[in-house]
Design a protein. Structure first.
Length: 103
């Protein structure tokens, strides 16, 4: 009986761990997607005097901001760039830029 409970507890813990991985972004995929972002924000995501830096931003806040651009909640020319991104793409981009050193 103890063995059965232990197995169930381990399965539950593994499911929780797997859910956390899926909920986050994939840094490597974000790096691949960042090619278009680099046109304005620069290769290192540091921006310039006209474009804000995005390197080092909190991933959750960055993904939330990208979603706000896409939904039109925040009016910006960024809506043109995020329109084709999936929710996972936005999480991946946010994870990638969070992994970079910021200003």
């Amino acid at each position: 009986m103890l063995c059965k409970k232990l197995i169930i507890a381990m399965m539950f813990m593994l499911m929780l761990a797997a859910g956390g991985v899926q909920a986050g972004g994939d840094v490597e995929n974000g790096k691949a997607l960042s090619v278009d972002c680099a046109d304005c924000h620069g290769e290192a995501g540091l921006g310039d005097e006209e474009v804000p830096g995005i390197a080092g931003l909190d991933a959750a806040e960055h993904a939330k901001q990208l979603a706000a651009f896409k939904s039109g909640e925040v009016e910006s020319e960024m809506a043109d760039y995020v329109g084709d991104l999936s929710e996972q793409d936005m999480l991946d981009l946010a994870a990638y830029y969070a992994s970079l050193p910021g200003n």
